[in-house]
Design a protein around this ligand. Structure first.
Ligand SMILES: [Cu+2]
Length: 141
Protein backbone atom coordinates (compact mmCIF):
# COMPACT_ATOMS: atom_id res chain seq x y z
CA UNK A 1 0.00 0.00 0.00
CA UNK A 2 2.73 2.43 0.98
CA UNK A 3 4.64 1.56 -2.19
CA UNK A 4 1.62 2.27 -4.38
CA UNK A 5 1.11 5.64 -2.72
CA UNK A 6 4.76 6.51 -3.23
CA UNK A 7 4.50 5.53 -6.88
CA UNK A 8 1.48 7.75 -7.44
CA UNK A 9 3.23 10.59 -5.67
CA UNK A 10 6.20 10.20 -7.98
CA UNK A 11 3.96 10.09 -11.07
CA UNK A 12 2.09 13.22 -10.04
CA UNK A 13 5.33 15.04 -9.21
CA UNK A 14 6.69 14.01 -12.61
CA UNK A 15 3.62 15.34 -14.40
CA UNK A 16 3.87 18.63 -12.55
CA UNK A 17 7.50 18.97 -13.60
CA UNK A 18 6.58 18.27 -17.23
CA UNK A 19 3.83 20.89 -16.94
CA UNK A 20 6.30 23.43 -15.59
CA UNK A 21 8.73 22.60 -18.39
CA UNK A 22 6.08 23.26 -21.04
CA UNK A 23 5.12 26.49 -19.36
CA UNK A 24 8.74 27.60 -19.49
CA UNK A 25 8.91 26.85 -23.19
CA UNK A 26 5.88 28.98 -23.99
CA UNK A 27 5.64 31.64 -21.28
CA UNK A 28 3.34 34.02 -23.14
CA UNK A 29 0.81 31.62 -24.67
CA UNK A 30 -2.63 32.43 -23.34
CA UNK A 31 -4.75 29.28 -23.11
CA UNK A 32 -8.13 30.83 -22.42
CA UNK A 33 -10.43 32.28 -25.01
CA UNK A 34 -10.05 35.68 -23.44
CA UNK A 35 -6.86 37.59 -22.72
CA UNK A 36 -6.11 40.86 -20.99
CA UNK A 37 -3.72 43.63 -21.93
CA UNK A 38 -3.14 46.38 -19.40
CA UNK A 39 -2.37 49.91 -20.54
CA UNK A 40 -0.35 51.64 -17.86
CA UNK A 41 2.67 53.92 -17.53
CA UNK A 42 2.65 54.65 -21.26
CA UNK A 43 3.07 50.99 -22.21
CA UNK A 44 1.04 47.93 -23.12
CA UNK A 45 1.57 44.95 -20.83
CA UNK A 46 2.38 42.40 -22.04
CA UNK A 47 3.96 44.10 -25.05
CA UNK A 48 3.90 40.79 -26.94
CA UNK A 49 1.10 38.36 -26.33
CA UNK A 50 0.43 35.07 -28.11
CA UNK A 51 -3.16 33.83 -28.25
CA UNK A 52 -5.15 31.08 -29.92
CA UNK A 53 -7.32 31.96 -32.93
CA UNK A 54 -10.75 32.98 -31.65
CA UNK A 55 -9.41 34.66 -28.53
CA UNK A 56 -11.00 37.92 -27.44
CA UNK A 57 -8.36 40.35 -26.25
CA UNK A 58 -9.41 43.13 -23.88
CA UNK A 59 -7.34 46.25 -23.39
CA UNK A 60 -7.97 48.12 -20.16
CA UNK A 61 -6.52 51.53 -19.46
CA UNK A 62 -5.31 51.35 -15.86
CA UNK A 63 -3.51 54.67 -15.97
CA UNK A 64 -4.74 58.26 -15.66
CA UNK A 65 -3.88 59.27 -19.25
CA UNK A 66 -6.07 58.68 -22.31
CA UNK A 67 -4.66 56.03 -24.68
CA UNK A 68 -5.77 53.98 -27.65
CA UNK A 69 -5.03 50.45 -28.87
CA UNK A 70 -4.87 50.94 -32.62
CA UNK A 71 -3.91 48.32 -35.19
CA UNK A 72 -1.08 49.44 -37.48
CA UNK A 73 -2.92 47.86 -40.41
CA UNK A 74 -6.43 49.10 -39.68
CA UNK A 75 -7.72 45.79 -38.27
CA UNK A 76 -9.14 47.44 -35.14
CA UNK A 77 -9.12 50.76 -33.33
CA UNK A 78 -10.21 51.20 -29.73
CA UNK A 79 -10.39 54.99 -30.16
CA UNK A 80 -9.76 56.98 -26.99
CA UNK A 81 -9.83 54.95 -23.78
CA UNK A 82 -10.17 57.04 -20.66
CA UNK A 83 -8.93 55.85 -17.26
CA UNK A 84 -10.65 52.56 -16.44
CA UNK A 85 -12.14 52.13 -19.91
CA UNK A 86 -11.63 48.96 -21.91
CA UNK A 87 -11.98 47.71 -25.47
CA UNK A 88 -12.21 44.16 -26.83
CA UNK A 89 -11.41 42.61 -30.18
CA UNK A 90 -11.68 38.96 -31.23
CA UNK A 91 -8.78 37.61 -33.29
CA UNK A 92 -10.00 34.95 -35.70
CA UNK A 93 -7.14 34.86 -38.21
CA UNK A 94 -3.66 33.65 -37.39
CA UNK A 95 -0.97 36.27 -37.84
CA UNK A 96 1.15 38.88 -36.15
CA UNK A 97 -0.75 42.07 -35.39
CA UNK A 98 1.28 45.14 -34.51
CA UNK A 99 -0.48 48.01 -32.81
CA UNK A 100 0.25 51.23 -31.03
CA UNK A 101 -1.34 54.08 -29.15
CA UNK A 102 -2.37 56.64 -31.73
CA UNK A 103 -1.83 59.44 -29.20
CA UNK A 104 1.62 58.19 -28.11
CA UNK A 105 3.11 56.34 -31.10
CA UNK A 106 6.11 55.28 -29.02
CA UNK A 107 3.73 52.88 -27.25
CA UNK A 108 4.12 49.81 -29.45
CA UNK A 109 3.01 46.21 -28.93
CA UNK A 110 1.87 43.14 -30.82
CA UNK A 111 -0.59 40.28 -30.65
CA UNK A 112 0.54 36.98 -32.18
CA UNK A 113 -2.36 34.70 -33.11
CA UNK A 114 -1.40 31.07 -33.62
CA UNK A 115 -2.66 27.61 -32.78
CA UNK A 116 -0.85 25.75 -30.04
CA UNK A 117 -0.16 22.69 -32.11
CA UNK A 118 -0.05 19.13 -30.75
CA UNK A 119 3.25 18.94 -32.63
CA UNK A 120 4.89 20.68 -29.68
CA UNK A 121 3.84 17.89 -27.33
CA UNK A 122 4.85 15.21 -29.78
CA UNK A 123 8.27 16.82 -30.14
CA UNK A 124 8.66 16.42 -26.37
CA UNK A 125 7.75 12.75 -26.60
CA UNK A 126 4.53 13.24 -24.67
CA UNK A 127 1.97 12.41 -27.34
CA UNK A 128 -1.65 13.46 -27.07
CA UNK A 129 -2.48 11.23 -24.08
CA UNK A 130 -0.33 13.05 -21.54
CA UNK A 131 -1.79 16.33 -22.69
CA UNK A 132 -5.28 15.19 -21.70
CA UNK A 133 -4.43 13.96 -18.22
CA UNK A 134 -4.75 17.34 -16.56
CA UNK A 135 -6.16 19.79 -19.11
CA UNK A 136 -6.87 22.43 -16.49
CA UNK A 137 -3.38 22.45 -15.02
CA UNK A 138 -1.14 25.37 -16.02
CA UNK A 139 1.19 24.18 -18.73
CA UNK A 140 -1.12 21.45 -20.03
CA UNK A 141 -2.79 22.37 -23.27
CU1 LIG B 1 -1.13 56.56 -25.20
Amino acid sequence: MKKAQYLWGAIIAGLLLVGLAIQHRTPTVAQAQTAQVTIMDFAFAPATMTVEPGTTVSWTNQGPTIHTATSNTGVWDSHELKAGASFSFTFKQAGTYSYQCSIHPEMKAQIIVQSSSPAMHNSMGMGPYACRIAPGLPGFL
